[in-house]
Design a protein around this ligand. Sequence first.
Ligand code: KG4
Ligand code: ZN
Length: 347
Amino acid sequence: SSTPLILGIESSCDETGIGIVRGDELLANAVSSSMDEHVRFGGVIPEIASRAHLEAFIPTLEQALETAGVTLAEIDAIAVTSGPGLSGALMVGVSAAKALALATGKPLYAINHLVAHVGVGVLDGGKLPENLGALLVSGGHTEILKVDSLTDSVTLLGSTIDDAAGEAYDKVARLLGLGYPGGPAIDAMAKTGDAKAIRFPRGLSLPKFVGTAEEPGKHRNDFSFSGLKTAVARCVEQYEARGEEVPVADIAASFQEAVVDVITSKAVRACKENGITNLMLGGGVAANSRLRELLAARCTSAGISLRVPTVSLCTDNGAMVAALGAQIVMAGGSPSGLSFATDSGQP
Ligand code: KG4
Ligand code: ZN
């Protein structure tokens, strides 16, 4: 058939992902994570992640080819995440992709990781609608995007000025002794707590924190989670100083409510202000039960239709890279050549 068969490679953080798609159809999505090796440090260690990508690349590639039932010779093009992400980790995937492209003579496409989180939507729910925006929330990034064209016009409306949403979950889970990764642990613990017990700060939501005299409204669509993390730390310290038991479930629920409230209210407002009527959710934090619930409710009230891909397509993976690669190939985009660098910048 003339529908392109694309191999996608992802290595921007701790997941080595190799995906294979034929046009909008998912054939394989093999992922190897080095998460376990980072547990004792409470966060991703770049050097360890890079080393793990090097070890996992060939086995993950072989697994993807086997699942898809295709050979490397049958692939029409290779797509690889060139950024943003951890520099050393990106270099492993990009170098491997260049080696494969050189050895096989297949065209190579450099892919923006954030845009790939949106492009993955075609694999799960079909063709992307007009007036599209995206809310990406993970351990490494937190963004609101306006997507005029997946292949050549994506605008960053807002992002975090400090910690990513998932990073805030991971740091707070550590403070509460809940282990790593913290997102799933806090999500579960919050179910038994009172989300109204403590009013934690919603970063960058008060007008006085949103802009400067020169640039009023500068941070209107941006996020900040470091003040929230500090507020949780102070709260825990106060209980400990009084010799009282720390109400872990109430703190977890109240922290989660602060994160989810600010994320959903800012995302929905940005959609309204920018004519976005279709919102795609992506990133590992998309698995959060309260985020899904509140975002769905607020989108419904605002007349925004929400799309949430299945969790394995929301977390970092190779299929999303392959999916965006396929969109670019089908739109007649030119290959990137073999000399591009990794790029930690925004779309
Ligand atoms: O996209 P992802 O798999 O990869 C990275 O960005 O590295 O996202 C992982 C992040 C972690 O910070 C994790 O704590 C968070 O997603 N996460 C969650 C949940 N499941 C995973 N955060 C909140 N609630 C969850 N249920
Ligand atoms: Zn990601």
